[in-house]
Write a protein that binds this ligand. Structure first.
Ligand SMILES: *[C@@H]1O[C@H](CO)[C@@H](O)[C@H](O)[C@H]1NC(C)=O
Ligand SMILES: *[C@@H]1O[C@H](CO)[C@@H](O)[C@H](O)[C@H]1NC(C)=O
Length: 618
């Protein structure tokens, strides 16, 4: 792989040697820093640019080899206005992708508008920041649970520039001292070499390099930073003028580092976490806005109760712990939801309302491959406008929920490769008439009114049947019996659902080995079943005494007995499996213990289902 890199770079390099410089600017001093301490590449360059004339300079070009440009997720050029440390104003400079005549096709060019024209002989200093995704490549591509993750990064030791550079240096920041190899430049003329000090590689300084000079370097080093990538993230932000902004975020998260091979042993992982699983992650931190409330975090199985929450006046921090540690190539899907006070995020300006909220992912250090942000506005909103500090794809949708007549306008904003730097505020402006606010209450009120009228009409009809007649009383009692049976059925169905949850928890246990969460499912199941048993009591008492239930009563009685037996057997199975797990018994031993219970369970389950069917037909 490293060899392939060199070839690719060499092709670019030879193509560039003969390109002319494109203006009379020169870079008199350049300090560049490449930060490889996370899963993305962050560069910061300080450039002192001099206009060697003739004429004024208003534009400065940044060039990137195409293989980098396609991974460029963030580019920012700034100028610090004023002098002295205390009164420096940050000016963001406009950058624009341009096609330049005579530029080699292997290069992508961004044009930066200078904050003011630079006169002949004068200088200006700019800072340029970039973030590249997919540029730290795991090598080897597959590792075992016990291995550290090694990665490759390639660039040029010289700053790639269409201008000549008088003096320059490069620092490469690494996550640790563990470096497998790095390119040491063998340039006899320059005599300078690369040097590794602690966890920093210093290249240069290099003097007087011509435009487009390029010298490929490859660094192979250890990086166990969480390579957490949201392949898809959908954020739905729903505004309710009744005082709430509801945010729901749907994640598909991948560990994008070196793929795990040879499987996963939870035993090894738990006994020696630092050595067995250093390339994995088991925790993520989400920073939600202050005053976030009704926060939840759930996955396919249900609420994840192990997550922790801290809040202060500045932020709310949620710790997300997936049910199993994430190794390379593994995925998990989950949802985070929370409510925010409307007054913190919705403002008014020139007769319009606007939402002002952050755009990106709330979880630290996550790269989002495909981010979709949907802003659901209240029904009746008009003249919708968005403002984002970077380009995105946008479209409009309509969402219907209960009581909506024309639906709510939804702004859909999409962006690829969203890095934490893009987690900036954006605004959605819209017009809204307060009359629209009254539509829903009006519908509710008129709904109740019609309901009331209907009730009155019904009572009148009923009265005509004569309330004291025997047939009327019989009908009333039959209705009550039916309602009671219906409720009993519901309760038993809920018991069966709890049984299913218990079975699922056992499957999870064998998959994840998480005894604690299995036990907590059991505990909450015990609680629910107890409540259900209490709920069903009065219904049974009523049914037993109701003459019209005399036919069905024996079946109900039988159902109660069978379900109780089923429940006991299931609990026995659950305790047995958990116990075998704790004792680390092998699969055969465990099966021997469970097999007799299992067959009894199957029979009981069938009987209970059959009884429920019979009762259903009553
Ligand atoms: C999960 O938690 C949320 C918020 O705490 C709650 O509204 C919801 O009912 C819970 N769901 C389940 C299945 O427990
Ligand atoms: C949006 O909110 C941020 C943070 O509170 C603030 O800095 C920014 O000025 C606001 N933007 C607008 C347009 O109000």
């Amino acid at each position: 792989m490293a060899i392939q890199f060199h070839i690719a770079l060499f092709v670019i390099w030879t193509g560039l040697l003969f390109s002319p410089a494109i203006s009379d600017l020169i870079i008199t001093k350049l300090e560049r820093e490449i930060d490889l301490r996370s899963q993305v590449v962050r560069t910061a360059s300080k450039l002192k640019i001099e206009n060697n004339g003739p004429g004024l300079a208003s534009i400065f070009q940044l060039v990137f080899p195409n293989y980098q440009a396609k991974n460029l997720a963030y580019l920012r050029a700034v100028y610090y206005e004023g002098t002295g440390k205390t009164r420096r104003n940050v000016v963001n400079l406009q950058t624009e992708l341009v096609e330049l005549e005579g530029m080699p096709p292997e290069l992508t060019v961004y044009s930066v508008s200078l904050p003011h024209n630079v006169q002949e002989g004068k200088s200006i200093t700019l800072d340029v920041f970039t973030v590249l995704v997919n540029s730290i490549i795991p090598f080897p591509e597959e590792i075992t649970q016990a291995d550290a993750q090694l990665v490759l990064f390639q660039d040029s030791a010289y700053y790639l520039s269409p201008y000549s550079v008088k003096i320059q240096s490069l620092k490469v920041l690494l996550p640790s001292k563990r470096v497998e190899s790095f390119t040491k430049l063998q340039n006899a003329k320059l005599m300078e070499n690369a040097e590794l000090k602690e966890s920093v590689i210093n290249y240069g300084p290099y003097d007087n390099l011509p435009a487009f000079d390029y010298s490929p370097i490859v660094v192979h080093f250890e990086n166990n930073h969480p390579f957490a990538v949201a392949e898809d993230l959908l954020r739905e932000i729903e505004i309710s003028h009744w005082g709430n902004v509801q945010v729901t975020e749907y994640y598909t998260l991948l560990h994008a580092g070196a793929r795990n091979k040879g499987g996963f042993s939870r035993f090894d992982y738990q006994s020696r976490y630092t050595f067995n699983g250093m390339s994995s992650f088991n925790k993520l931190f989400a920073r939600l806005p202050p005053r976030a409330h009704s926060i939840y975090y759930r996955d396919e199985i249900g609420n994840v109760s192990t997550s922790n929450l801290w809040s202060s006046s500045e932020k709310t921090e949620l710790v997300i712990e997936p049910r199993y540690p994430m190794f390379g190539g593994w995925r998990t899907t989950f949802t985070i939801g929370y409510g925010l006070p409307l007054k913190d995020f919705l403002f008014e300006k020139e007769g319009r309302r606007f939402l002002n909220i952050t755009f990106g992912c709330a979880i630290d250090d996550v790269v989002v491959n495909n981010l979709i942000v949907k802003v659901v506005l209240p029904e009746g909103s008009k003249d919708v406008d968005t403002f984002l500090p970077f380009p995105t794809k946008q479209s409009l949708e309509v969402k219907f929920s209960h009581l909506d007549i024309v639906g709510r306008p939804v702004i859909v904003i999409q962006k690829d490769n969203v890095v934490p730097e893009l987690n900036e505020h954006f605004q959605v402006y819209y017009k809204f008439s307060n009359l629209s606010l009254l539509i829903e209450p009006f519908m509710l009120i008129s709904g109740f009114f019609f309901f009331f009228i209907a009730c009155v009409a019904y009572m009148h009809i009923d009265i005509s049947i004569s309330k004291s007649s025997a047939s009327y009383l019989a009908k009333l009692q039959m209705d009550e019996v039916q309602v009671a049976i219906q409720q009993i059925q519901n309760i038993f169905n809920r018991c069966l659902a709890v049984h299913d949850l218990l079975e699922t928890s056992l499957q999870d246990l064998s998959r994840t080995g998480d005894v604690q969460s299995c036990k907590s499912v059991r505990k909450s199941a015990d609680g629910t079943l107890k409540i259900l048993a209490k709920d069903v009591m009065p219904l049974l008492v009523f049914l037993q005494s109701a003459s019209q239930a005399s036919q069905i009563w024996p079946k109900v009685e039988e159902l109660v007995v069978k379900e109780k037996e089923l429940q006991e057997k299931l609990m026995l199975k659950h305790s047995t499996v958990v116990d075998s797990f704790v004792k680390k018994q092998n699969a055969r031993e465990m099966n021997n213990r469970i097999a007799p219970i299992q067959s009894k369970l199957a029979i009981l389950k069938q009987e209970v289902d059959g009884l429920l069917d019979v009762i259903n037909e009553f």
